[in-house]
Design a protein around this ligand. Structure first.
Ligand code: F0G
Length: 482
């Protein structure tokens, strides 16, 4: 009888638990303990601000932005545990306790033997590439992020993008649009083996929409790399988001935890570079993690010259503490569910209003297909750039509009087809659902007036500084015509 009652109670609890999980609304899995006020500006104040900034959103003061989606990098909110960890920061020059805590945590997540801190992702890339890449080499990747490409080209080598073709078509639905094209990789290695010092896979694929790479794709890449005896490295900035997509979309992974999934993909590779400003949940930090003893020694020597002693690598002890805690928080299921669902929620609102975006929605942001939405403007008039400016003027929203024209005429060898996209990248644990609702309203309104938005041109004398420091002006003098 007692056993029967126990069983009935157990089943009742299970049913109740199930009902609890059936509620549709995915809430922010945190309470807000400390707030940062955002300033409301009027439309005319924003017009003045953008004129003063030479119509370049990178030049606008952050305090003049209402919702800042310029980047998800280093812009997140830290947890109470991270702040508590920072108080433990050991600032000894060498062998600080904070380093060992950081090392243990990153080793636990990645499974790699050597863990080398760096001040951010591009420093990790520079260090690894200086020790592996020679003039004339080729580095294949699903899609090289700008800094990865830059660091490779600085070594006199070629960065080669090999995304699957679905990855370059915004409206095509595919569960793993970030995958590397295995056939193209094999072909490239067959013809150029001696020139390829390493293969990289970027998870998620930022440049093409924060799209995930499947476990099967990483495993097959590993097999190809083994066949040609080439090391495989992950650009792991958004590894936790990628792990969540594998859990949700790939057969055989729904019962595994994000941390088990991450361990598996790390195990297929020889190491990784990481900008911890993303899924490390910190405002600054990064690392290289790898298994090869000799390469680790070379990288440590390089770190000493360019970053700092290998037990701090350009970071303070307290930064290492925040990273040690943050990288584990990024793998929390409640957090990842909320993070990825928030993007999907935003994406669904835009799709149902007929706004063309990269589909399915990725991990760290929404990418508007400005080539399509702003089809009245030719690429020479920077349609994505114009759209990003209009979002700022109308709603105080800051995003990045890509400029496919900027790479035109440069050495475009190995570039993935470039798309006119506006990226709205979400800082982690910063904005709430009402911010997303507001953003949707702004974008839907701007879509209605899109034909009134003018194209842009570079101001004379500013042809060289490019997208970060350049000055621009609307063709015809006014960005949004009456
Ligand atoms: N790799 C990828 C895929 C990235 O997205 C970034 C940075 C880096 C490397 C470089 O890391 O900034 O710490 O030096 N992406 C930021 C962004 C800047 O906004 O997407 P970092």
């Amino acid at each position: 009888m007692w056993k029967f009652l126990q069983l009935a109670l157990f089943l009742f609890c299970r049913i109740k638990e199930k009902n609890k999980l059936d509620f549709k609304t995915v809430i922010e899995p945190f309470r807000i303990k400390s707030i940062e006020t955002i300033k409301f500006t009027t439309r005319s104040q924003r017009i003045l601000a953008i004129e003063a900034a030479g119509y370049n959103l990178f030049q606008v003061k952050a305090e003049d932005v209402l919702i800042d989606l310029l980047s998800d990098s280093g812009t997140g909110a830290m947890s109470t545990e991270q702040w508590a960890g920072m108080m433990r920061g050991d600032e000894s020059y060498a062998g600080a306790k904070s380093f060992y805590r950081f090392e243990e945590s990153v080793r636990e997540v990645t499974g790699y033997k050597h863990i080398l801190p760096a001040h951010q992702g591009r420093a990790a890339e520079r260090t690894l590439f200086k020790c592996t890449i020679n003039h004339g080499d080729i580095v294949p990747n699903n899609t090289n992020f700008t800094t990865t490409r830059g660091q490779i080209e600085l070594r006199g080598a070629k960065a080669f993008d090999l995304p699957i073709s679905e990855g370059t078509k915004p409206s095509v639905i595919h569960p793993f649009k970030g995958n590397i094209d295995l056939e193209k990789l094999r072909k490239l290695l067959s013809g150029n083996r001696s020139k390829v010092p390493l293969v990289m896979v970027t998870i998620t694929n930022n440049s093409l929409g924060g799209q995930p790479v499947s476990m099967a794709n990483i495993r097959s890449t590993r097999e190809i790399c083994r066949e040609f005896n080439v090391p495989l490295f992950l650009d792991a900035c958004r590894f936790a988001e990628n792990a969540w997509f594998i859990k949700m979309r790939e057969e055989g992974y729904s019962d595994k935890s994000p941390s088990e999934i991450a361990k598996e993909f790390f195990s297929y590779c020889d190491g990784c570079t990481m900008s911890a400003k993303k899924d490390g949940m910190v405002n600054i930090g990064g690392f290289i993690a790898l298994n090869d003893d000799q390469l680790a020694v070379k990288c440590k020597n390089e770190l000493i010259i360019n970053e700092g002693f290998p037990t701090y690598g350009g970071l303070a002890g307290y930064d290492l503490e925040a990273l040690a805690v943050g990288i584990k928080e990024a793998l929390d299921e409640d957090y990842l569910r909320y993070r990825i669902k928030s993007m999907a929620y935003f994406g669904e609102k835009l799709i149902s209003a007929g706004i063309p975006i990269v589909q399915p929605t990725g991990g760290h942001g929404i990418f508007i297909d400005a080539g399509k939405m702003m089809s009245h403007l030719p690429a020479e008039e920077y349609p994505a750039f114009s759209l990003a400016l209009a979002l700022y003027i109308e709603g105080g929203v800051r995003s990045i509009g890509s400029c496919t024209q900027f790479s035109k005429g440069h050495d475009s060898y190995g570039h993935a087809p470039e798309l006119e996209l506006v990226r709205l990248a979400f800082p982690r644990r910063v904005y709430t659902q009402s911010h997303v609702d507001y953003l949707s309203e702004v974008i839907i309104y701007v879509n209605l007036i899109r034909k009134q938005i003018a194209g842009m041109k570079i101001q004379p004398g500013y042809e060289h500084p490019g997208i970060l420091a350049g000055r621009f002006e609307p063709i015809g003098g006014k960005l949004i015509r009456d």
